[in-house]
Design a protein around this ligand. Structure first.
Ligand code: HDE
Length: 702
């Protein structure tokens, strides 16, 4: 660049944003923003007004930038430190504010006001997450989902930090770092991201018999939720409830989605990850913004220590669940999420959940996994948020009064007054004191016996509930589980790992083991793994199924309608009305966004472009085209994929004659789920579910 040219370019300031109406140009190409009445002055962090936020301080247009420019340095330094360490696990997440309303008092069991004051609304913040991926990973890998709720109760914060699966991989906290290292990207190559389909994960699982029950759950469609508001949540561990008389009972917590559970299927999930990596986050955001508030029931399973003695498993073992048929669920309240955070970082990122955050009337059990978690979360917050004062961040601070003598530390935000910072004292009679009667009470347990690194014998049964889970599933779900195992183990490079998994599966179900062997091209099953105890024959539990427990509703779901110029206006009208009445959303898709002219000459605004909106984004589709458009779209791969995928993903497809032409061009047969749109009622009924019977015709399952 010659000197003349360089000088000219030095003078060119950044172009103004076209959307910003307040921008005006000064002489010589510089520009400044004229302030409107509702804008405040731009200042440094110390309140110094800033006159130029576009140019750094330099000597001559072609000279160096000066170190003296404290405005530049402050801005860049702050920017350099914008990121905090992401969560070691559960890094990818999304959260929302809401409330919990108690509908049934547990007064008999607990003194916790949040569980005894019927009608009381307790504010809360909930965060949902995947476990394995980094914070920038896609929303829809096959993974357990975190389900963490922070209740800001009158008696302090209570964090119920659970998952969408009622059991866990391991029994003792000391194994957690190994599990997580095995699941995450392999350390030498830095992949795969957010996936269990790799050697280190299955190597670890194959050497960890206690993980077999969880392995069945994660290979099921439970790990492919259709929406965050369509999944269950579980506290997993047993906790204790303690009443006013200091009597204890055990409790397990369950969240049940109001609109029921729904899952995607694997091929669809993989395609969603490409089409919209923010699929869950976006859908959740939109539901809240639209006032379609996600809602769950909170239910409890209550049981006495004496009842627990009779269970055919140890409830302190987090790899076990208590079947609902054994201890029924009692619904005690509901959670409604009705406010999106103002700022993702300040709230969703900085929220710090700790299972050790309990309130009076609730206590821990001796579950060794829970016991380890009581240490881990506080410790990890110190590393992530940098200071013991993370509790003072608005999202973490209690909403009830709080006071103590803890002082100072990094980033202390409070400014206590007075000379007393200890207790007891005589110098400040109004300083905080213990609450002997209403304060947190730890259950007076008698513990005696030998100290050691102990695994209880009652924890030795690793296969009975894994078997019960598998045998409780419908044939479609069993086929999905078997196919997921085959998919994952086919990605494993070491054959001995596959064989070890088959050796475990023989205890779950011989037929399942054989299906996996066939799917993996293994001619002969290996001998079964040695089991530390006799495997029990437990009754199947229908409550563990997904399909049978889906609700007969289209609420919260989405119907995609492919139209074009000339599409039939009365059909679109009738369909729109029916979908909205059913509590679902309807999206119009066409080759181009903008306006489309319909059969009657009226125009409609298109919601989304066909090439960028595959049918995986919807629960059911409709194709309404005149014959000219149908002929044109029959030559468009995006349109062919739209219907082919919907068909392969077992969705209801509504068609008119043009739709039928497109289906024919895609080589699809009609079946009970392909419905003429004149039969609107029939289509709406089919849209609520998947066409399970179609599956055997469209895909080879294990
Ligand atoms: Fe966590 N887990 N975990 N975990 N976990 C974390 O805490 C840990 C476990 C769960 O949205 C970390 O703040 C140990 C079971 C959720 O912010 C960390 C053990 C369950 C979230 C941690 C477990 C969970 C976490 C990472 C074995 C289901 C996300 C960042 C003893 C009941 C919460 C953080 C959010 C997060 C440790 C096992 C659920 C490192 C040591 C079992 C939902 O502290």
């Amino acid at each position: 660049m010659n000197k003349e040219k360089q000088k000219a370019s030095d003078k060119v300031a950044l172009p103004p944003s076209p959307s910003d109406a307040t921008i005006s140009f000064g002489s010589g190409g510089e520009w400044h923003q004229a302030k409107t009445a509702d804008q405040s002055d731009l200042t440094s962090n110390l309140g110094v007004p800033i006159s130029d936020n576009q140019n750094s301080l330099r000597i001559t247009p072609s000279g160096p930038t000066l170190l003296e420019d404290f405005i530049l340095r402050e801005k860049i330094t702050h920017f350099d430190h914008e990121r905090i360490p992401e969560r070691v696990v559960h890094a990818r997440g999304t959260g929302a504010h809401g409330y919990f309303e108690l509908t049934h008092s547990l007064q008999q069991y607990t003194s916790a006001k949040v569980l005894t004051e019927v009608g009381q609304q307790t504010p809360l913040f909930a965060r949902f997450s995947t476990v394995a991926g980094g914070s920038g990973s896609a929303d829809t890998p096959r993974d357990a989902r975190g389900f963490a709720v922070k209740f800001y109760t009158k008696q302090g914060n209570w964090d119920l930090v659970g998952n969408n699966i009622p059991v866990f991989f391991i029994q003792d906290a000391i194994k957690f770092p190994d599990l997580v290292h095995a699941i995450k990207m392999e350390p030498d190559r830095g992949f795969p991201q957010a996936a269990t389909a790799h050697d280190t994960f299955w190597d670890f699982i194959s050497l960890t018999p206690e993980a077999m029950h969880m392995a069945m759950w994660i290979m099921s469609d439970r790990t492919l939720p259709r929406s965050l508001r369509m999944m269950e949540g579980f506290g997993i561990h047993s906790f204790k409830l303690i009443n006013d008389d200091h009597e204890a009972s055990f409790v397990k917590f369950h969240w049940r989605p109001k609109i029921g559970m729904q899952s995607t299927i694997w091929d669809e999930t993989v395609k969603i990850a490409g089409a919209d990596p923010d699929f869950h986050r976006r859908e959740f955001f939109q539901a809240i913004i639209d006032g379609d508030f996600p809602e769950w029931e909170l239910a409890v399973q209550l049981f006495t220590p004496e009842q627990a003695e009779q269970f055919p498993f140890d409830h302190l073992d987090a790899t076990k669940l208590i079947p609902e048929e054994l201890v029924p669920l009692l619904v005690v309240g509901r959670m409604v999420l009705n406010r999106w955070p103002d700022n993702f970082f300040a709230e969703t990122e900085q929220v710090a959940f700790c299972p050790s955050h309990l309130v009076p009337g609730i206590d821990f059990s001796n579950d060794p996994l829970l016991q380890g978690r009581l240490f881990s979360y506080l410790d990890t917050q110190l590393s992530r948020l940098g200071s013991t004062n993370f509790q003072q961040l608005p999202i973490n601070a209690p909403k009830c009064p709080y006071a103590n003598h803890q002082r100072d530390g990094h980033m202390q935000m409070t400014q206590p007054t007075g000379r007393v910072s200890y207790e007891p004292n005589t110098l400040a009679t109004d300083s905080p004191r213990e609450q002997v009667h209403s304060g947190f009470y730890s259950m007076a347990n008698e513990e005696n016996g030998v100290k050691g690194r102990i695994r209880a014998e009652s924890f030795a049964d690793h296969y009975s509930q894994a078997r019960q889970f598998y045998l409780s599933q419908s044939s479609y779900e069993q086929a999905h589980i078997a196919s997921a195992f085959v998919f994952e183990l086919s990605k494993v490079e070491h054959p001995h790992i596959r064989l070890a998994m088959l050796a475990h599966m023989r205890h779950v179900d011989e037929d399942l083991a054989q299906r996996l062997a066939t799917g993996l091209g293994i001619a002969q099953l290996p001998p079964a793994m040695i089991s530390a105890c006799t495997i029990q024959i437990l009754k199947p539990s229908p409550a563990l199924q997904l399909i049978a427990n889906m609700k007969d509703t289209l609420q919260g779901r989405a119907v995609g309608v492919l139209i074009d110029h000339g599409s039939d206006q009365p059909s679109i009208d009738a369909l729109t009305k029916a979908v909205i009445e059913a509590g679902a959303k309807l999206k119009l898709i066409a080759q181009k966004i903008g306006n489309t002219t319909l059969s009657d000459g009226s125009t409609l605004i298109i919601d989304a472009q066909l090439a960028g909106t595959p049918s995986v984004m919807f629960d059911a589709i409709v194709v309404l085209l005149d014959q000219t458009s149908a002929a044109r779209l029959s030559k468009d791969a995006a349109a062919i994929d739209f219907v082919r995928d919907a068909y392969a993903h077992l969705k209801a497809i509504g068609i008119d004659q043009g739709g039928a032409t497109l289906l024919q061009a895609a080589g699809l047969q009609t079946d009970a789920g392909v419905i003429a749109i004149q039969q609107l009622k029939q289509f709406m009924a089919a849209a609520k579910t998947r066409q399970w019977d179609r599956e055997a015709r469209v895909r080879t399952l294990a």
